[in-house]
Design a protein around this ligand. Structure first.
Ligand code: THG
Length: 803
């Protein structure tokens, strides 16, 4: 019986197949045609390619279903049928001795707030596809070329809801991060939390580029690793992208990855059966040389861009407690109105003060937590990189928030109360969400350590029954008020020590409970923090904006030998005066100078910008001066940060939307008699291509900079683009294409513009488009991202004006 999980455990290297697209092109796939459509018409061609790969030594072949989802397949093709048929074709071609991986590519849709689809919507799209793959007899589900962590999570959740097959997820990185800002480390840790069977990377610039990515993944997880590079750097030949690294040098470089411990190797764009044959000869059936995964943390919480490890050799982590309406009437009132303004203010303050994570509790009377918690999550994850701790007694709210969250959030909490583990446990397991295990059960508070440990032990047993791995569990040592229960503090310390020694589990607590009813609470809290750190506590929930707590934490890290050469301590406290607050141990980055309007755009404060502008205008500010002197410079600064990789796509989008919201709110004040007409840009994704994420971002950025943008959408014929440019008197046409097969359509528009003698300029861009290609087809400008597009459009408009 074929069992892919068993083969992974066997300890021998598995060879995957190589590219499908370029081989199909050689056998009749037309530029712009969907490979799935071609495969349905000519299944024997697809089968022959699979057979060639199997013959070349591949242990695993990958189905021709990369784009076989609802929104990507051409009209008239049924998702289930395509996936089932293509999976069958692979199986029949390779027989029973070779594994068939069901390929799942990105949908071309971004999950909100980056795009317009919900996480659940994505899961449903993938489930439709995966049902077909399962019916066609695949051995594993393989998500490939993923670029967004939320979408990668959606594939895993979908696979779990449809079948028990093993799941592999492979992400593509450019310059060390994915398009939406995820590093290989964050990706690997998030996937490991989800229990993914195979974690990897594919595509990218070629085998050399993937060496560092592979090492980063290997050092961040214990799951087997898959690497599938392209056949070298893409080059342009006669208008098409080709990959020219020959089989032997390809195999030579890729096989060095085997020495690093990669378990599964294959090829991506441009690789052929010859590449796979050469690879097989060098490392097929050799033992996997994976060194032990050292330095393993107890637990890791992630956001889209940050992984925070908890462990006995890691800094004790601060979970900021302030996003909690208890005792905060204004926050409670805002939450009832589903507003996120104060939530965002508290987030900002706590991050500046050094919080590693933010606890998010929106529970108050008359607050609809199931709506409010995901709203807060979306607002917080758009604005900040800090991972979140979802604090709610309502399981529906937790579920909704986990769906809205792009990484591995910490769930707060699972107690011994009836059904809590049964409902939340499987959810946390399937969504890869670590959780706080709270030793509370029944009416009686467990005061002694042994009472708490008994409940913890019972919950651990339940978790094990539910197949929840230990790496998802963080124990709450339960800080009770020492003023009424004198033995409570000692019991906490014992629980911390026991969890560490007996189970290797990390711990946390709501620190301030301990001092309730006493004077000088900060003094008690910070002293207890030091004691608990000594006992092995890995994190605590508190207000990070408490100088004394931060002082104890910083000193504690020195004393526990985790702040090497006391360098962080010295940096923050060398000029310390007792009683005077020093900077946080984590130095806050110097804040950008600027007006509140400037800052609001820079930080993407979408809820605040309209009020700020209205206030300034009420004070008599000139609306034009606000736009030209504050908003445009702010969005330009955002662009610089994006280019320096300090901001990623989520921040760029949020800031651009903030700009747009602000602009819309004062638009009525921005009409001037005899106003100089704004330059018009006509934007389109070319014919045959249905990818519009990049094009939409360019539209948003151009509008931000005052351009009149006519967005023609996707899959637009050259004649229609040129007609629209004439109709609207456009200065610039902007063309986008994601695929090498559709990129060639750009040339049609350039030719038409020339033939008709139009003055308007054409700029091009998109994932596979290069400057060399732009030059070759005679485009006037090339932009490699949305920020560059604004610069290029400005340049081209100036050229048009000068004639
Ligand atoms: N364990 C776990 N989760 C928890 C707790 C715990 N979550 C909630 C709580 N305890 C930790 N969070 C808070 C949040 C706020 C306050 C205390 C603990 C607090 N609020 C002030 C008040 O009530 O008056 C408001 C003061 C302010 O403005 O900050 O003190 O133990 N797993």
């Amino acid at each position: 019986m074929r069992d892919f999980r068993r083969s992974l455990k066997d300890g021998n290297i598995l060879i995957f197949d190589g590219g499908m697209g370029s081989l199909l092109q050689r056998r009749g796939l037309k530029p712009g045609q969907s490979p799935e459509e071609f495969g349905m018409a000519r299944p024997e061609v697809v089968a022959a390619i699979h057979a060639e790969y199997a013959h070349a030594g591949a242990h695993v072949v990958t189905t021709n279903t990369f784009g076989a989802t609802r929104h990507k397949l051409p009209a008239g093709l049924d998702v289930f049928e395509v996936n089932e048929t293509m999976a069958r074709a692979a199986r029949q071609a390779v027989g029973e001795g070779v594994f068939v991986a069901g390929s799942v590519g990105p949908t071309g849709k971004m999950v909100e707030p980056l795009g317009d689809i919900t996480f659940r919507g994505l899961v449903e799209i993938f489930k439709e596809q995966i049902r077909g793959l399962v019916a066609g007899g695949v051995d594993l589900i393989l998500a490939e070329t993923q670029f967004d962590l939320a979408e990668a999570r959606a594939v895993v959740v979908a696979a779990r809801e449809v079948c028990d097959l093993p799941v592999g997820v492979s992400m593509t990185f450019e310059g060390g991060v994915s398009l939406t800002g995820t590093s290989p480390e964050v990706f690997a840790r998030t996937m490991e939390n989800m229990g993914v069977d195979l974690i990897g990377s594919n595509c990218s610039a070629g085998p050399e580029e993937l060496i560092l990515v592979a090492r980063a993944i290997l050092a961040s997880c214990s799951a087997p690793v898959l690497i599938e590079p392209n056949a070298g750097l893409p080059e342009l030949v006669d208008g098409a992208t080709v990959f020219r690294l020959p089989p032997d040098p390809f195999a030579a470089t890729v096989s060095t990855l085997a020495a690093d411990g990669v378990a599964c190797l294959g090829g991506c764009c441009g690789t052929t059966p010859e590449h796979i044959r050469a690879l097989f000869a060098l490392c097929g059936d050799r033992p996997v040389a994976r060194p032990a995964f050292e330095d393993r943390p107890c637990l890791t919480v992630t956001s889209r861009s940050v992984a925070v490890d908890f462990g006995f050799d890691r800094p004790c982590r601060i979970i900021g407690e302030r996003i909690n309406p208890t005792g905060k009437a204004e926050l409670a009132a805002q939450l009832q109105r589903l507003e996120t303004r104060q939530v965002l203010t508290f987030a900002e303050e706590q991050i500046v003060a050094g919080a590693d994570l933010l606890d998010v509790n929106v529970g108050a009377p008359m607050v609809d937590e199931t709506r409010m918690l995901p709203l807060a999550v979306r607002a917080l994850t758009s604005a900040h990189a800090a991972p979140l701790c979802l604090d709610s007694s309502n399981p529906d709210a937790i579920r909704a928030a986990l769906e809205a969250y792009p990484g591995s959030a910490l769930v707060n909490s699972i107690s011994g109360e009836a059904e809590r583990m049964e409902t939340l446990g499987p959810l946390c397991r399937d969504y890869g969400a670590p959780f706080i295990l709270l030793p509370l059960k029944g009416r009686k508070l467990p005061v002694t350590a042994s009472e708490r440990l008994a409940i913890i032990e019972e919950l651990l047993a339940k978790a094990e029954e539910l197949r929840i791995p230990r790496r998802l569990i963080l124990v709450d040592a339960l800080a009770l008020t020492v003023s009424s229960k004198p033995e409570a503090a000692k019991a906490c310390l014992e629980v911390i020590r026991h969890c560490r020694e007996r189970w290797g589990l990390g711990s946390t607590m709501g620190l301030s409970n301990i001092s309730f009813g006493l004077p000088a609470r900060d003094l008690i809290n910070s002293t207890f923090l030091a004691m608990a750190m000594g006992a092995g506590m890995t994190s605590f929930i508190a207000n990070p904006n408490t100088a004394r707590l931060r002082e104890s934490l910083a000193a504690g890290e020195v004393l526990l030998g985790r702040d090497r050469q006391a360098s962080s301590f010295i940096a923050a406290y060398s000029g310390w005066t007792p009683g005077v607050s020093a900077g946080p141990a984590v130095a806050a980055t110097a804040e950008e100078e600027g007006s509140p309007v400037f800052t609001a755009v820079m930080k993407g404060q979408k809820d605040r910008i309209a009020d700020l502008l209205a206030a300034r205008i009420a004070e008599g500010a000139d609306p034009f001066a606000l736009v030209d002197g504050e908003m445009i410079p702010a969005i330009a600064r955002v662009g610089e940060k994006y280019e320096r990789k300090e901001y990623f796509l989520p921040q760029l989008l949020l800031c651009a939307e903030t700009m747009q919201t602000g602009f819309d709110s004062i638009r009525h004040l921005l009409v001037r008699e005899g106003q100089e007409a704004r330059d018009t840009v006509v934007m389109a994704t070319v014919e045959g291509d249905i990818h519009d994420i990049g094009k939409n971002i360019v539209c948003l950025m151009l509008r931000n900079f005052g351009y009149n943008v006519v967005d023609l959408g996707k899959d637009v014929a050259a004649a229609d683009i040129v007609a629209a440019a004439v109709e609207h008197g456009a200065s610039v046409i902007g063309l986008s294409a994601l695929m090498t097969t559709t990129m060639v359509r750009m040339e049609d528009t350039v030719r038409l513009v020339r033939e008709r003698g139009l003055t308007c300029r054409v700029m091009v861009g998109g994932a596979v488009v290069t400057r060399a290609y732009a030059d070759m087809i005679g485009a006037h400008g090339y932009a490699d991202d949305a920020v560059a597009a604004v610069r290029v459009a400005t340049q081209l408009c100036a050229e048009v004006r000068q004639g």
